[in-house]
Design a protein around this ligand. Structure first.
Ligand SMILES: NC(=O)c1ccc[n+]([C@@H]2O[C@H](COP(=O)([O-])OP(=O)(O)OC[C@H]3O[C@@H](n4cnc5c(N)ncnc54)[C@H](OP(=O)(O)O)[C@@H]3O)[C@@H](O)[C@H]2O)c1
Length: 276
């Protein structure tokens, strides 16, 4: 079958690779980016299958226009991929209210709004997939990336609620938790304006690690990620609500589960006097 996709954040990285892979597989993609010029190459390669559109997910009117374009110009929507994301680097004390709000607009409010807009369309079709590109930072927090972690935890909470709400209508909703993939993510982080030397002993090394993430020996390619997403979408039946994908992701989720179990044991010891 030819699937119709709407993907956010297609100027680079995972979103861009996903558009290329879906179009190469014969699907039709409403490919969106804040700067549409970044989509020119994709359109040149697949002029009949890639429909470029301006979309900053923080902008409600542009979100509405993108979903309307899917209805009017490609006749419906089979897959929404909430991929757009960026990161504000800083601890809780360093990140200001407006920086936090902006981070949550991109990571949570945008995906929430787009999901709300596509639900009537998918419900009428009796089918559809909503894939939220989360992070392993939505499983276990990294200190120093407090706003990003908060956004991804919120996205995972929304995904879990929506998965149960939408399932009766034949709509599948999952959060994908990428392990390390070589993209601009680590280098496009912005520093909170209030970064303080007080935290530098642990934030500086972490900033360095994230900046070099794409060059690490254990990172995957965006193309591998895209192939995995195509496989997930083509798999019939219910999907896991949270899907860790890519290098190191399964080990990370196991570590997060062990940390949760240890926390429960410690809480029991605290409250019941049970030995920990
Ligand atoms: N790479 C990894 O290993 C990894 C790991 C965990 C999670 N992720 C998640 O994967 C997703 C894609 O990231 P990536 O790794 O491909 O990094 P990337 O290359 O930096 O791509 C991020 C994309 O999101 C776009 N974007 C940012 N804010 C936006 C907004 N408000 N509205 C619309 N587009 C916006 C960027 O557009 P501009 O060019 O306009 O900035 C860019 O196209 C993100 O949600 C990220 O959190 C990636």
């Amino acid at each position: 079958m030819v699937r119709r996709w709407l993907v956010t954040g297609c100027s680079s990285g995972l979103g861009r690779a996903l558009v290329a892979a879906a179009a190469a597989a014969g699907d039709v993609v409403v490919a969106t980016a804040r700067r549409t010029g970044t989509l020119d190459g994709l359109v040149r390669t697949h002029p009949d299958r890639v429909l470029p559109l301006a979309l900053d997910v923080r902008d409600p009117a542009q979100c509405e226009a993108a979903v309307a374009a899917a209805t009017d110009r490609v006749g419906g929507l089979d897959v929404l991929v909430n991929n757009a994301g960026n990161g504000v680097f800083g601890t809780v004390e360093e990140v200001a209210d407006d920086e936090l709000r902006d981070q949550l607009e991109t990571l949570v409010v945008g995906p929430w709004r787009l999901s709300r807009l596509v639900l009537p369309l998918m419900r009428a079709q009796g089918a559809g997939d909503i894939l939220n590109i989360s992070s392993l930072a939505g499983r276990m927090a990294f200190p120093g990336l407090a706003a990003y972690v908060t956004g991804k935890y919120a996205l995972e909470g929304m995904t879990q609620a929506l998965a149960a709400e939408a399932a009766p209508f034949g709509i599948r909703v999952s959060a994908l938790e990428p392990g390390g993939y070589a993209t601009r993510y680590g280098t496009s982080l912005t520093d909170a304006a209030g970064r303080s030397p007080l935290y530098a002993a642990f934030t500086d090394p972490m900033r360095g690690l994230l900046g070099a993430m794409a060059e690490g020996p254990t990172v995957g390619s965006a193309e591998e990620f895209a192939r995995t997403v195509l496989r997930i979408v083509a798999t019939p039946g219910p999907l896991p609500v949270r899907i860790p994908v890519g290098p190191g992701s399964h080990a990370y989720v196991e570590a997060a589960a062990e940390a949760a179990a240890a926390e429960l044991t410690a809480a029991r010891a605290l409250l019941d006097g049970t030995p920990s």
